[in-house]
Ligand binder design. Structure first.
Ligand code: LLP
Length: 444
C-alpha cells in the first residue's frame, strides 16, 4: 500500500463512521473536517481544542425537520449552547429547549424568538421564572406541584402563560442509570401511576392565567431503541384521553422529549430516526383514533443527536508511561472538559492525528492531566505502539455534554470552540484564560 492509498483505505474501513460526514483523510495521518485540517487547527488555536462542524449541525437539524415535518423540533440547549449555535438552530427552523435563565438569556440576546423557547427544570429559581416571564418564553414545563402556584402568582391575575405538565410515564430507558428519567425513582416530573400528574393537571386547568397546551415526558437519554418511546407515547395519549373525559379539555400538544442515542464508537448502535418518526407517527395516529382524540402536534427535544457527532476534541499527548501492564498516554485536557467517562463510564474512540505510524497497535489508556486517578478519557483503546509526547489525539463525537458540563477543576481553563465550515475555521468560544479565572476572585 502506498501513502496515497492510505486515505481511501481509512475512509472505507468504517473507522470514520462516527466522524462528521465532511471528514476526509489528508496526507500524514491528518484529517479535514468541514474542509479544515485538524492538525492545523491544533497548531493555530493550541490544544486542547474543540472543533464543531457547522454543516454537520445544520444537516442534523434538517434531517430532523425532514423526518418529522409535522412536528415541532426543539434543540435541547443543555447539550451545548453558544450564540452561533443559537443562530444555526434558528436558521434551520428548530425551536429551543432551555433549563435555566442563563441558557434562556443567551438564546434571546443572540436573537432567538422567545416564543419558540420552552423552559424546563425540576427546580426553577426565581430568576429562571423572572427571565421567562419578562422575555415572553413560549411555554414553561411544570415539574412539581409547588410550581403551579408560583407561576400563577408571578404571571398575575390578568396575565397569561402557556404551560405544559411533565409526566413520568413509568418507563425505564437510557444509556446509564444517571440519565434515566422515565420512572418513579428519580427527581423529574409528576407520576402518572400515583395520580400526581392528574392532580397537577386539574389544578392548572383551574387557573385562568395558565393555558395548558399539552403534556411533556422525557424518558431518558442515549436511548437507542424505538420501543420505549412508543410505550411512553401510548401512556401519554391514554392520559390525554382521561383528561378529555374528566375535564372536557382536548390538549393540542404532546412533547415526547429527547434522548435519541448516538454511536460514540464505530459499530455501536444509534437510534434510527427514520424508524422513530414512522413508528411514532403510526402509534400516535392509532392511539388517538382508538381514544377518539384529534392527533396532537408532536414536539421532540433532541440535544445530543444534533451536536454530539458534529464535535471533535483535539488533545496533545504530554506524557507516556508504562505502569505494570498498562500504557498510559496523558493528554493536556481531561475530566474538566469531558467528565462523561468518569460520570457514566462512556467509551470513546480516540485516534492518532497528524502522523502515520507503522507501529503495531497497543492497548493504551488515555488519561487527562487532572489530579485524580479517575481522570480517564478512554481506557483500553488500540493506539499505535509508538505514541509519544507531542502527538495529537483526536476524539470524535465530542459535541454534546462535554463542554456544557466542563468545570474549572485544577484551574486548567476551559478549551475554545472552533467552528469549521466550507474550508474556514473561526472561534466561537475563546479559551478560558488565567485572567478569566482571576477576575471572579475578588476577595483577599
Ligand atoms: N429534554 C429534556 C427535558 C431533557 O432533560 C434532556 C436531557 C433532553 C431533552 C435532551 O436529551 P438528549 O437528546 O440530548 O439525550 N449529561 C448526560 C445527558 C443528560 C441529559 C439530560 N437531559 C450525558 O452526558 O450523557
Amino acid at each position: 500500500m502506498t501513502i496515497t492509498d492510505l486515505p481511501d483505505a481509512l475512509a472505507s474501513s468504517g473507522e470514520l463512521s462516527v466522524w462528521p460526514a465532511s471528514t476526509t483523510p489528508l496526507p500524514h495521518g491528518d484529517l479535514a473536517v468541514g474542509g479544515v485540517s485538524l492538525a492545523e487547527i491544533a497548531d493555530r488555536f493550541d490544544t486542547p481544542v474543540y472543533v464543531l462542524d457547522e454543516g454537520e449541525v445544520r444537516d442534523r437539524c434538517r434531517t430532523y425537520r425532514a423526518a418529522l415535518p409535522e412536528a415541532e423540533v426543539l434543540y435541547a440547549a443543555k447539550a451545548f449552547l453558544s450564540r452561533a449555535l443559537v443562530r444555526w438552530v434558528r436558521e434551520e427552523g428548530l425551536g429551543l429547549d432551555v433549563c435555566s435563565a442563563g441558557e434562556l438569556e443567551l438564546a434571546v440576546t443572540a436573537g432567538f424568538p422567545a416564543d419558540r423557547i420552552v423552559l424546563h427544570g425540576n427546580a426553577k429559581s426565581p430568576r429562571d421564572l423572572e427571565s421567562a416571564l419578562r422575555l415572553g418564553v413560549g411555554r414553561i414545563v411544570i415539574d412539581s406541584p409547588s410550581e403551579i402556584a408560583r407561576i400563577a402568582a408571578a404571571v398575575g391575575p390578568g396575565g397569561h402563560q402557556k404551560v405544559m405538565v411533565r409526566v413520568v410515564p413509568g418507563i425505564s430507558a437510557g444509556g446509564h442509570a444517571k440519565i434515566r428519567t422515565g420512572t418513579e425513582d428519580q427527581k423529574f416530573g409528576l407520576s402518572l401511576a400515583d395520580g400526581s400528574a392528574q392532580h397537577a393537571i386539574a389544578r392548572v386547568l383551574g387557573l385562568p392565567q395558565l393555558e395548558l397546551t399539552g403534556l411533556h415526558c422525557h424518558i431518558g437519554s442515549q436511548i437507542t431503541e424505538v420501543k420505549p418511546y412508543l410505550v411512553a407515547l401510548r401512556r401519554m395519549v391514554g392520559l390525554m384521553a382521561r383528561i378529555r373525559g374528566a375535564h372536557g379539555v382536548v390538549l393540542p400538544e404532546l412533547d415526547m422529549g429527547g434522548g435519541h442515542g448516538i454511536a460514540y464508537r464505530p459499530g455501536e448502535p444509534a437510534l434510527d430516526l427514520t424508524a422513530l418518526a414512522r413508528r411514532m407517527r403510526a402509534e400516535l395516529g392509532g392511539a388517538c383514533a382508538a381514544a377518539g382524540l384529534p392527533v396532537p402536534r408532536l414536539v421532540i427535544e433532541p440535544g445530543r443527536a444534533v451536536v454530539g457527532p458534529a464535535g471533535v476534541a483535539l488533545y496533545r499527548v504530554l506524557a507516556v508511561k508504562h505502569t505494570g501492564d498498562t500504557v498510559f498516554a496523558a493528554v493536556d485536557g481531561g475530566m474538566s472538559d469531558n467528565p462523561r467517562p468518569a460520570l457514566y463510564g462512556v467509551r470513546y474512540a480516540p485516534r492518532l492525528l497528524g502522523r502515520h505510524s507503522t507501529a503495531a497497535p497497543r492497548t493504551t489508556t488515555v488519561v487527562g492531566r487532572h489530579c485524580e486517578a479517575g481522570d480517564i478519557l478512554a481506557s483500553d483503546v488500540d493506539l499505535p505502539g509508538d505514541i509519544r509526547p507531542g502527538d495529537l489525539l483526536a476524539v470524535p463525537v465530542a459535541g454534546a455534554y462535554q463542554l456544557s458540563m466542563a468545570s474549572g477543576y485544577n484551574m486548567v481553563g476551559r478549551p475554545p470552540v472552533i467552528a469549521v465550515h466550507e474550508g474556514t475555521a473561526r472561534v466561537l468560544v475563546r479559551r478560558e484564560t488565567l485572567d478569566d479565572l482571576r477576575i471572579r476572585d475578588i476577595g483577599d
